[in-house]
Design a protein around this ligand. Structure first.
Ligand SMILES: [Zn+2]
Length: 346
């Protein structure tokens, strides 16, 4: 089959590799669409501690069942179209029993622990099949749009933790695909005013499709000067960092109102994750600082439902759909920041 393969940082392409064989209890999917994630871009640029090259990336997967491994007992049969939440949790972990799957030990991910979906076919391991993180793709939903359920799940998780609700003014730092998803989800949760900021004018222009109430080009204007006017002097109730930048975290703590909530969504690069945050601001402003990564199965269910209903406009997020054979061209568009979301179809 054809698959995307990375051999070293910035050395990748589509190659012929042997067909994957499903093991005991596994599912074999014929991939219909697979999105390229911000974390995939990081791996393309600089590799990944949990990945040994050569490797096939891709964890935002929609496909149809093409076969099953020996002893398979799951509910899906050949021809079923499935959306794959790529995380396999440890079901015996006490955190899973509490419903906080994202905290369980040894969470493994398709595209890291197992080869990914940027290929003609992908094996869905038994561990994923058994954790209830795989759902039928809603009838009539384009598989390309269904792939957005994976990044949307983490965004829904973050806003659940930040309790975004009616009347909130939300500042989102970073206008990439994650910032756009935060805009859509904050709107659906009833946020009063949503402000998006970025250093790159092209990215802000792409984010306008999500209809934020205001955008600020922070390369031209100081946020601290503009925000009082946009918030009636109150400053944002919630600030979300949707950029892997230490400066975003510093700004978030400075800009949140007293008693506000700060969400660190974007992780920071290894070796550069101790920004000089003035923690007295957290102390004296009584801030809630919320860290979040990954998601639980319930967030994936909700994400797929919100895409089906149009509350998350996946059609606006996916700016480029390309055949997998043109992977390098699509990857370059995303690496250069000229695309919001790029999705590949084998
Ligand atoms: Zn992703």
């Amino acid at each position: 089959m054809k698959a995307m393969r990375i051999h070293a940082p910035m050395q990748f392409g589509v190659e012929e590799i042997p067909d994957p064989v499903p093991g005991t209890g596994d599912l074999l999917l014929s991939v219909e669409a697979c999105g390229l994630c911000g974390s995939d871009l990081r791996t393309l640029r600089s590799g990944h501690s949990r990945i040994t090259f050569p490797w096939t990336l891709g964890h935002e997967i929609c496909g149809t069942v093409a076969g099953t491994g020996p002893g398979y007992t799951g509910p899906w049969k050949p021809g079923d179209r499935l959306s794959v939440g790529p995380l396999a949790y440890n079901p015996a972990d006490p955190f899973c029993i509490e419903g906080r799957h994202e905290l369980s030990a040894n969470v493994r991910e398709i595209g890291q622990a197992w080869p990914g979906g940027l290929a003609d076919r992908v094996v869905i391991p038994r561990a994923s099949v058994e954790m209830g993180n795989i759902l039928p793709t809603p009838e009539g939903l384009d598989p390309v749009h269904a792939t957005v359920a994976e990044p949307a799940s983490s965004v829904i998780h973050a806003q659940e933790r930040a309790r975004i609700t009616l009347g909130d003014t939300v500042l989102i730092i970073g206008a990439g695909p994650i910032g756009c998803l935060h805009t859509a989800v904050a709107r659906a949760r009833g946020a009063h005013r949503i402000i998006v900021t970025d250093l790159v004018a092209e990215r802000l222009a792409l984010a306008e499709a999500f209809e934020p109430d205001a955008v600020i080009d922070s390369s031209r204007r100081e946020l601290a000067d503009v925000l009082p006017d946009l918030t009636g002097g109150r400053m944002p109730d919630v600030v979300i960092t949707a950029a892997p930048a230490p400066a975003a975290q510093i700004a978030a703590v400075e800009l949140a109102r007293k008693g506000g909530r700060v969400v660190f969504f974007g992780g920071l690069p290894h070796g550069n994750s101790t920004p000089g945050i003035d923690t007295n601001l957290i102390h004296y402003k009584n801030l809630d600082v919320i860290g979040i990564s990954i998601f639980a199965p319930r967030h994936f269910r909700l994400a797929l439902a919100m895409i089906e209903s149009g509350r998350i406009p996946a059609d606006k997020l996916v700016t480029h759909t390309l055949p997998l054979a043109r992977f390098n061209e699509g990857a370059q568009l995303a690496l250069d920041g000229r695309a919001l979301k790029v999705v590949f179809k084998p």
